[in-house]
Ligand binder design. Structure first.
Ligand code: JFZ
Length: 484
C-alpha cells in the first residue's frame, strides 16, 4: 500500500463520514471523520460473548514453537546463527536446500502429549498456542495440500491431533498458530511485481485457504487461530480475500477467536484499520513487550507473547544473553492481567520432543506461585486505582474482589494505597493466610499505609486482599475511620 494512495483515499473520503457508526458506538468521543472501508474493523469495542469472556479470563497461556528448526537448533556447519532459531533458513550461511531436507530427520519419538499437557497444567496455563506451520512451511499435521509435512518424516504421525486431545483433557483450550508466510510454497511472494507473480500468488492463496480450512475441519475443537507472517506487501493487498476467508472461518467455528494479525484493510493497514479501529478480536501486537498504562491498550483485549531468553522461540542449543527468571515472568504475567491482557509464555521443545531443563524449572516455579496465588490472576483484570510502585492491583471481574500483588517491597514496610474518592479501605489481609490482617493506617484523605512486616516479604511475590467500601457523599454516615 502506498502512502499516497492512503492520503488520497483519506482526502476523497473525508466527506463521507459514517457518523452513524462512530456516534452510535463511541458515545463519549467527538464525532470524527472516517474513511469508508469495505474491509476495515467489523466491530467497535470488545466482544462480549461467552467464548471471548473465557479467553479474556485465561490470564496465562503457553506458546509452543516446534518444528524442524529444533534439529539445527541455531547452529549450522559449526557456526552459530545469531537470530531466532526458527529463522535460520533465512541466514546466508545456511544452504536452503540443506534446510529443506531436515524434515527427513525429524523423528520426535520422545513426544508425550499427555506429559506436555500435564506440565502446562502444573504451570497454570489455561490455553495453549501451537505452531502448526511456521515460516519454513513445514506442517506438524498431515496436510492434503503439501508433502512438506509430518507424514513425510520418519515419525509419520500427526502431532497436532494428539496435542489437542491431551490439552483438552487437562481443560486447556487449544489455539493454532499459522504462518501465512511460507518459504516452501512455490507461489509464495513477498511482493507482486509482475503478472507472473500475481498468477503464482493466486495459487498460494488457494493453498493457504485450503490449509486453514483443513486445520479447522481436522481440529474442530480449536478455539482460535494465532496468525503470523502477514506483514509482506503481497499479503497487504489481500483485503478482500482475507476478509472473506476470516468470515469462512467464523462460519465454520462459531465463536472462533482471531486476533489482529491476520487481515489487512482496504489500504493495506494492519492490526488497526485506516480509522484506527482494531481489526479482529484482540490486539496481537504485544510481542516481547508489554504496555505500561491502560491508555496504551485503547480499551481492547490483547495478549502478550513472551520468550524466556531475549528472542528465541524454537529450540536453540545455546541460550545466550539474559534468561528471564520466574520472578520476572510472573511480574509480566501480573502486569498483563492488571492491564486487561493475557500473558503467553513461549517454550521450544527439542527435536526429540522434550523440554530443556531451564523450561522445566519454569513450569515448576511458576506453577508453585500460581497454585498459591492464582486467585489474583484468573478471571481478573484492570482496577482503576492509582498504580503504586510496590506492584499491581488486579480485580476479579465476577466478584469484584481486589488484590495487591507485591513485587517491590518498600524498605520501611509501608505499602501505599490511594483509593478513588469516596472509597474507603477497610481491611487488608494475606491471600494465603486470611487470619493475617494488616490494618490500614489512613495518612491522608483516600490515602493509606498498609504496614507489612518486611522480614516476611523476602523471596516470592505475595498477594494481599483488599476490602473496601463506598462512603456516602458527605463522607459522613457510612464512613468509619479505620481503627489502628
Ligand atoms: C514472528 C515470527 O517471525 C517469530 O519466529 C515468532 O513466531 C513470533 C511469535 O512471531 O515474529 C515477529 C512478528 C511480528 C513482530 C515481531 C516479530 N512485530 O510485529 O514486531
Amino acid at each position: 500500500m502506498s502512502l499516497r494512495r492512503f492520503v488520497l483515499g483519506t482526502l476523497l473520503l473525508l466527506s463521507v463520514i459514517s457518523a452513524e457508526k462512530v456516534q452510535a458506538q463511541i458515545p463519549h468521543s467527538q464525532p470524527r471523520s472516517s474513511v469508508a472501508l469495505d474491509h476495515g474493523s467489523h466491530r467497535l469495542g470488545r466482544r462480549t460473548d461467552q467464548m471471548m469472556e473465557r479467553w479474556r479470563n485465561y490470564g496465562l497461556g503457553q506458546f509452543i514453537h516446534w518444528g524442524v528448526y529444533s534439529i539445527t537448533a541455531g547452529r549450522w556447519d559449526g557456526k552459530d546463527y545469531p537470530g531466532a532459531s526458527s529463522w535460520i533458513r533465512s541466514w546466508s550461511e545456511m544452504p536452503k536446500e540443506a534446510y529443506d531436507q531436515l524434515y527427513q530427520q525429524f523423528n520426535p519419538d520422545r513426544f508425550d502429549p499427555k506429559s506436555w499437557a500435564k506440565q502446562a497444567k502444573t504451570m497454570g496455563a489455561k490455553y495453549m498456542i501451537i505452531t502448526t506451520k511456521h515460516h519454513d512451511g513445514f506442517c506438524l499435521w498431515p496436510s492434503k495440500y503439501t508433502k512438506y509435512d509430518i507424514a513425510s518424516t520418519p515419525y509419520k504421525q500427526d502431532l497436532i491431533g494428539p496435542m489437542v486431545e491431551a490439552y483438552e483433557a487437562e481443560g486447556i483450550d487449544v489455539y493454532l498458530y499459522f504462518s501465512v508466510m511460507d518459504w516452501n510454497h512455490p507461489g509464495f511472494r513477498t511482493e507482486l511485481k509482475t503478472s507472473k507473480d500475481r498468477e503464482a500468488y493466486e495459487e498460494f492463496k488457494t493453498f493457504t485457504r485450503n490449509q486453514i480450512l483443513e486445520l479447522l475441519e481436522r481440529y474442530p475443537n480449536t478455539k482460535g487461530i494465532w496468525f503470523d507472517g502477514t506483514w509482506d506487501a503481497a499479503w497487504k493487498e489481500q483485503a478482500v480475500f482475507a476478509d472473506k476467508l476470516e468470515t469462512e472461518m467464523r462460519e465454520m467455528i462459531p465463536g472462533i477467536i482471531i486476533g489482529s494479525r491476520f487481515r489487512p484493510d482496504d489500504y493495506g493497514n494492519r492490526h488497526f484499520d485506516s480509522n484506527g479501529d482494531l481489526m479482529g478480536d484482540y490486539e496481537q501486537g504485544w510481542e516481547r513487550k508489554l504496555p505500561k498504562t491502560i491508555e496504551e491498550v485503547k480499551g481492547n483485549d490483547w495478549d502478550c507473547v513472551m520468550t524466556v531468553p531475549e528472542n528465541q522461540w524454537g529450540y536453540h542449543y545455546d541460550w545466550k544473553g539474559h534468561v528471564k527468571s520466574s520472578f520476572e515472568l510472573i511480574e509480566m504475567l501480573v502486569r498483563s492481567v492488571s492491564l486487561d491482557g493475557n500473558f503467553v509464555l513461549n517454550f521450544g521443545p527439542d527435536r526429540y520432543g522434550e523440554f530443556r531443563q531451564e523450561e522445566r524449572k519454569l513450569f515448576a516455579e511458576i506453577g508453585d506461585w500460581m497454585e498459591a496465588n492464582q486467585e489474583a490472576v484468573y478471571d481478573c483484570g484492570y482496577l482503576n486505582w492509582e498504580k503504586q510502585d510496590w506492584g499491581y492491583y488486579t480485580q476479579d471481574r465476577n466478584t469484584g474482589k481486589i488484590y495487591m500483588v507485591v513485587f517491590n517491597m518498600p524498605i520501611n514496610g509501608a505499602l501505599r494505597v490511594k483509593t478513588p474518592e469516596k472509597v474507603q479501605l477497610d481491611k487488608v489481609y494475606g491471600l494465603k493466610d486470611p487470619s493475617k490482617v494488616y490494618v490500614p493506617e489512613e495518612i491522608h484523605k483516600d490515602e493509606y499505609f498498609v504496614h507489612y512486616p518486611v522480614e516476611k516479604s523476602s523471596g516470592s511475590p505475595f498477594v494481599l486482599v483488599i476490602e473496601s467500601s463506598l462512603v456516602d457523599k458527605e463522607g459522613g454516615k457510612a464512613y468509619q475511620k479505620p481503627k489502628t
